[in-house]
Design a protein around this ligand. Structure first.
Ligand code: IMP
Length: 417
């Protein structure tokens, strides 16, 4: 029987600190595979003096032994991908792109931004990268796949026909039809840069699993941004939960082994949409400052608030989480008290599950005594008693063990229980 893959998934609204855990695990895995999202995701990795910005290329790129797969569930912007590739040398033989991944082309980003402008105060607050329109085209069956780059002439014709058919829509949004020659030349450039990496990645992952290789599945964004299970319509357009790894790579649910869910010790969200445990006061600002909560992809300040145990219980169940990695515990250091959302009040009624619409949900808080310093702790026993109580109480509330606790950005400052 083939081995199972390990999976990393975000449990909140993205930005949980998956990077630190994925980078660490990528050192010990033979394959690292992205299964959803696009260049809306992002994290920075510092190795010695050098800084690398990763948006689409899996984190295994920094392990010279690892092979990196961009799965069919991803939407790939060739321009941005090629830029990202330039940070690295010798990618051939260790980077593979699914021929079934969908292309995200410049007009998708233009449409994304035009739609946001038109929505005014109802805007989703997207990253403006074109994610929604690219996935929209995929589902509407008018998208283009990476495999079509093999024949740029044919692809250019199809793109132009799409513009012709939808002319009034594009015009209303102020999106210009590409110049045929320029479009063709761009597609040829994409082909030349990407062709060596394009392949059937499903077969590759199957083979890796059959050979007993260590395979890591790297999720992007978080559960509350999932197209089905998040706070729709204030979500991204992909399946960010564990199940997305099956469809986004072509593996069966039985091929998924240990699921590690990543959560911060508090909560953040970028963009609009409900966030019941958001703190608009001093505490929220302090979390933002202490946690350096500004977007990696867009630089936007993140909205900050308290750990939401109700949403987390929902996420643990949906993703089949075996262990939670609790990140950035040290950001809570020095607070007199720390709050946790333990239920929602919706129209006067208290509920302990995530309802259809979180818009009207208010947080019901439990208050914990704060602690001075957890920063740098490497053993659970070294944490202040109040921090241990906080973690043990969270485990009970969410029904899952916190097997990893991170107490600073440093790789070594990690408690493994
Ligand atoms: P889109 O994915 O650009 O369409 O944005 C949709 C929503 O998802 C917006 O609220 C974004 O802020 C959010 N989002 C997308 N990617 C990320 C991410 O990597 N971290 C946090 N939020 C994200």
């Amino acid at each position: 029987m083939s081995k199972q893959a390990d999976l990393i998934v975000g449990l909140q609204w993205g930005d949980e600190g998956k990077g630190k855990i994925v980078d660490h695990m990528a050192q010990t895995h033979d394959y690292v595979c992205r299964f959803a999202g696009g260049h809306n995701a992002g994290h920075t990795i510092v190795v010695g003096e050098k800084k690398y910005a990763l948006h689409l290329i899996p984190s295994g790129v920094l392990n010279p032994e690892a092979k990196n797969i961009v799965g069919n569930g991803v939407v790939l912007s060739p321009v941005d991908f090629i830029k990202e590739m330039h940070q690295f040398e010798n990618l051939e033989g260790r980077l593979y792109i699914s021929d079934k991944a969908h292309l995200l082309l410049p007009y998708h980003a233009e449409i994304d931004r035009a739609r946001e402008r038109m929505k005014g105060d109802k805007a989703i607050g997207t990253t403006g990268k074109g994610i929604g329109p690219a996935y929209g085209d995929k589902v509407a069956r008018v998208g283009h796949r990476v495999g079509e780059l093999h024949e740029p002439r044919k692809l250019a014709e199809k793109i132009l026909a799409h513009f012709e058919m939808n002319r009034p829509v594009f015009e209303a949004m102020g999106v210009e039809t590409p110049d045929p020659q320029q479009l063709y030349h761009e597609l040829v450039e994409y082909k030349e840069a990407l062709e060596p990496y394009i392949t059937d990645t499903t077969l590759l992952v199957w083979k890796a699993l059959d050979e007993g290789k260590k395979v890591l599945l790297e999720g992007a964004q978080g559960t509350m941004l999932d197209i089905d299970h998040g706070t729709y319509p204030y979500v991204t357009s992909s399946t960010t939960v564990s199940a997305g790894a099956c469809s986004g790579l072509g593996i069966s649910p039985k091929a998924i082994g240990k699921v590690t869910g990543i959560a911060k010790a508090y909560c953040t969200r970028v963009g609009n949409g409900p966030f019941p445990s958001e703190d608009f006061g001093e505490a929220g600002q302090r979390l933002r400052d202490n946690g350096h909560e500004y977007g990696t992809t867009t630089g936007r300040p993140r909205r900050c608030g308290w750990f939401d145990a109700v949403a987390m219980r929902h996420a643990v169940r949906i993703n089949g989480v075996d262990q939670v990695a609790l990140m950035k515990l040290d950001v809570l250091d020095g607070f007199d008290e720390v709050k946790v959302c333990v239920a929602y009040r919706v129209h006067g009624e208290e509920i302990d599950y995530v309802p259809y619409d979180l818009e009207d949900a208010e947080s019901v808080y439990r208050i914990y005594k704060g602690w001075d310093r957890s920063e740098g702790a490497r053993n659970f026993e070294d944490l202040p008693q109040e921090a241990r109580d906080y973690i043990e109480s969270l485990e009970e509330l969410i029904g899952c063990r916190m097997g990893i606790i991170s107490t600073s950005p440093e790789r070594e400052d990690t408690i493994v229980r």
